[in-house]
Design a protein around this ligand. Structure first.
Ligand code: NDP
Length: 287
């Protein structure tokens, strides 16, 4: 008699609606293979009215964790046992990890951005002046994590006051950074004091690849780090304008890879194979 095998895979995945075009599984599965572990990442379509049941399913199936994507990132909060401090400030959870029967909510989006800043651009947020265009989910995550990581001043430039003002107020009240909201109504000139400029809107996302935020591109200086959250295509028209002004640029593919890498580490305890994950995404996107 040979040794009995363990044929049971550990399960993680993503709940979303729609979910079919979510690329996270491609990079997570590539990482599991590279690490030689028997884990599976499942894309699971969950309609909003079934979210509570689906979360119970994480416990019932003893899944190791789950990612949440549109439209579940905020709604899921009420079904969790614990929520990390940063996810609570952001007001959204994109990653759940299960510890025995406890479900713990985390947010790795902003953390992924910070890791990309540190490891791809080799820049620390400490003491920096940042300008974030946008005030949606991605912008909130980035603004909170930049502030918690020691950024000095954060400007939120957003089209709607309804989302921009509360975000700046949150940073001022809950972190040591100073924040300011600017209502974005016409072509905006970037102040020369800005160290890090980030497009955290969906402007430029496929298929609208020629769209750019309405800013005066000549106000971009070579000393600035200019970042985009859009992962597909990673080389956006916005980053092209920044490159023309000799600024250093950082694409949104890095943020996507690192948010996944941080989730993988939370679930498995293992260091993620970053290069493998990035290559898998580039291949899936056709770059
Ligand atoms: P939301 O819908 O929550 O927010 C969208 C933001 O973009 C809002 O601030 C909105 O302004 C602004 N916006 C959209 N269109 C326009 C426009 N035409 N003119 C001015 N402002 C506009 O989206 P998310 O924050 O979830 O996602 C934003 C982007 O971030 C997406 O492209 C997504 O792919 C990307 N993303 C990337 C991640 C990564 O890992 N790289 C992770 C998460 C998201 P208003 O408030 O006025 O409506």
């Amino acid at each position: 008699m040979g040794t009995k095998g363990n044929y049971k895979a550990e399960l993680v995945g993503a709940f979303g609606y729609p979910i079919a075009e979510n690329p996270t599984g491609i990079m997570q599965e590539a990482a599991f293979q590279a690490l030689g572990i028997n884990w599976r990442y499942l894309l699971i379509e969950v309609q909003p009215r079934y979210l509570k049941d689906a979360i119970q399913g994480v416990r019932a199936f003893q899944m190791r964790g789950i990612n949440l994507t549109i439209p579940h990132k905020v709604e899921v909060l009420k079904y969790l046992d614990q929520v990390s401090e940063d996810a609570r400030l952001i007001g959204a959870v994109n990653t759940v990890r299960r510890v025995e029967d406890q479900l713990i909510g985390e947010n790795t989006d902003g953390k992924g951005f910070i890791r990309s800043l540190q490891e791809d651009a080799r820049i620390s947020p400490q003491g920096k002046n940042a300008l974030i265009i946008g005030a949606g989910g991605a912008a909130r995550a980035i603004a909170v994590e930049l502030a918690l990581a020691g950024a000095k001043h954060v400007i939120i430039l957003n089209r709607s006051k309804e989302r921009g003002e509360p975000l700046a107020a949150l940073i001022n009240e809950k972190t040591s950074a100073q924040a300011e909201f600017i209502h974005w109504q016409s072509t905006f000139s970037i102040p020369s004091s800005i160290d890090i400029l980030i497009n955290a809107t969906s402007i430029g996302l496929y298929p609208n690849v020629n769209e750019k935020p309405n800013i005066d591109f000549n106000s971009i200086r070579a000393s600035m780090l200019v970042c985009d959250v859009i992962p597909n295509p990673p080389q956006t028209a916005f980053l092209d304008e920044a490159k023309k002004r000799k600024a250093t640029t950082l694409d949104g593919l890095g943020m996507l890879v690192y948010q996944g890498a941080i989730a993988l580490k939370m679930w498995t305890g293992l260091e993620a194979p970053i290069a493998v994950m990035r290559q898998a995404l580039e291949k899936a996107f056709g770059y």
